[in-house]
Design a protein. Structure first.
Length: 396
C-alpha cells in the first residue's frame, strides 16, 4: 500500500465522504454526483447531506450509504438569499455553522475516511475546514465556469485539488496549479443504443421520413429555448418535412410566465403540429433516437451532459461555444460549434445538416465514437479514484 494511503477501516475499500450542501434538488450536478458514487470500484462512498431533499432521497434509494447531517436552520433558509439581507442572515448563522463543520469532521474521523469530496463551491467552503480539522484532503468538484472571487478563493485555499469538468472551467479560475480536468462520464446502462427511432415519431403522429430537430434541457432562460424556436421558425420555411421537439420541464424558481413566453413564440409551429414540447423523460433514449439533429443553444454551461448523451446515441450535435464545447467537439468533424446567441450561424449549421444526409451520418458516427470513449463513467471514475487514492492520507 502507498504510504500516502493508510487504511484504518473494516471496509475492504477506503472510504471517501461525498458532501453536498445542495441536497434539495436533483438536476445535472446532483445526477452526476449519484452516477459517480455508483460507478466507484476501488472506493467506498459515504454520502453526507446537509438535509433531506430530492438528492438525498435519490441517493438513498440507489443504495448508497447516506448520512443526513442537517445544516443550521438559519443557513438552510438563506442559502439562496442574495444582497445585504442575505449576508446579515448568514453571519447570524455562523456560530451554528461552525458546529456543523465540526460535525462533518467528526464523521470523517469516525468513518476513518481518506478524504472529502465537495460537489459545489458552497459545499467546499463547509467541507474544507472540516477536512482540515480531520487532517485529510478535500477535493472540490467544479462544474461551471467560476472566476476566482471571494468564495472561490476560500474554497481553493482548503482544496487539495480542484476537479474541473472542462478546460474552460479550469481557465475561468485562472488555471491554478491545483486544478485538474476530469470529464464527467455517462454510465453504461444510462442509454439504450438500440432504442426505437419510430416510437416517439409515431406517438406524435409524425411521418417516418420527417427530419426531426430536438433539444433536451430544462425550461430555464440560460438554456435559450427561445433561440431554438426562432431557428425552428426559420428552418420550417425551407424544410417542409422538418419537425421540432423540446424535451424538458420548468424547474423550480423559473416563473410560469417564461414558459408561457416560449409557447407564444412557438404557437405557429405548435398549431401546425410541427413543434412539440415534451415533459422531462427519464427514459430519454427514445427521444434521442427520434432525432436527426440535436441542438444545444445554451448561454452558460459547465460541460453539457445531454449533448454528450446525444453524441453517444449517434445524433449529430450543434452547440454553442460555452464551457465543454472544445472538450467534446472537433468543429465540423464530431459536431458543430457556433457562437453563443448567434441565431444566423445556428440556423445555417442545422440547415446544412438537414440538407445533407451523408454529412449527418458522418458527423453522427464520429461524435458517437469519440463520446463513448472519452465520456464514459468508467473512464471518469478511473481518473477520480487514481487522484483520490494517490492523495488520500490519514493522521499519522
Amino acid at each position: 500500500m502507498s504510504p500516502e494511503v493508510v487504511l484504518r477501516t473494516s471496509h475492504l475499500r477506503p472510504i471517501v465522504i461525498f458532501y453536498a450542501s445542495n441536497y434539495f434538488r436533483f438536476y445535472g450536478a446532483g445526477m452526476m454526483l449519484l452516477w459517480t458514487m455508483q460507478s466507484l470500484q476501488r472506493i467506498h462512498p459515504v454520502f453526507v447531506a446537509a438535509g433531506e431533499g430530492a438528492l438525498t432521497r435519490r441517493v438513498r434509494e440507489a443504495g448508497v450509504e447516506t448520512i443526513v447531517l442537517p445544516a443550521p436552520g438559519p443557513w438552510r433558509r438563506v442559502q439562496g438569499k442574495k444582497g445585504r439581507a442575505g449576508k446579515v442572515q448568514k453571519v447570524a448563522a455562523s456560530p451554528t455553522l461552525a458546529r456543523h463543520v465540526r460535525d462533518i469532521a467528526r464523521i470523517i474521523r469516525e468513518r476513518e475516511a481518506i478524504g472529502v469530496h465537495a460537489n459545489s463551491t458552497r459545499a467546499a467552503i463547509l467541507a474544507g475546514p472540516a477536512a482540515r480539522l480531520a487532517r485529510v484532503p478535500m477535493w472540490w468538484h467544479l462544474r461551471r465556469e467560476r472566476p476566482m472571487r471571494r468564495n472561490e478563493r476560500i474554497a481553493y485555499a482548503f482544496a487539495d485539488r480542484v476537479i474541473c469538468v472542462a478546460r474552460a472551467v479550469k481557465r475561468s479560475l485562472g488555471d491554478p496549479a491545483r486544478a485538474v480536468v476530469i470529464h464527467d462520464g455517462i454510465p453504461a446502462d444510462r442509454l439504450d443504443y438500440n432504442a426505437s427511432r419510430t416510437a416517439i415519431r409515431s406517438q406524435l403522429g409524425w411521418p417516418e421520413d420527417a427530419l426531426v430537430v430536438g433539444a433536451v434541457a430544462s425550461l430555464a432562460p440560460n438554456k435559450r429555448h427561445d433561440l431554438f424556436i426562432r431557428m425552428a421558425r426559420a428552418l420550417a420555411r425551407d424544410f417542409p418535412q422538418a419537425r421540432f421537439l423540446i424535451a424538458g420541464h420548468r424547474p423550480e424558481g423559473v416563473p410560469v410566465a417564461y414558459e408561457t413566453t416560449l409557447h407564444d413564440l412557438a404557437r405557429p409551429l405548435e398549431l401546425d403540429g410541427r413543434l412539440v414540447f415534451l415533459d422531462w423523460m427519464e427514459a430519454i433514449s427514445e427521444v434521442f433516437a427520434a432525432m436527426d439533429v440535436f441542438v444545444f443553444p445554451s448561454d452558460t454551461e459547465g460541460l453539457g451532459l445531454v449533448a454528450i448523451e446525444a453524441m453517444q446515441m449517434g445524433v449529430p450535435v450543434v452547440r454553442t461555444d460555452t464551457a465543454g464545447a472544445e472538450d467534446m467537439i472537433r468543429d465540423g468533424r464530431t459536431g458543430f460549434i457556433v457562437p453563443t446567441g448567434d441565431l444566423d450561424t445556428l440556423t445555417a449549421r442545422v440547415g446544412r445538416l438537414l440538407a445533407d444526409e451523408a454529412l449527418r451520418t458522418r458527423v453522427g458516427r464520429a461524435g458517437m465514437t469519440f463520446a463513448r470513449a472519452e465520456f464514459s463513467a468508467r473512464h471518469m471514475t478511473e481518473q477520480l479514484e487514481a487522484l483520490m487514492l494517490s492523495r488520500g492520507r490519514r493522521r499519522a
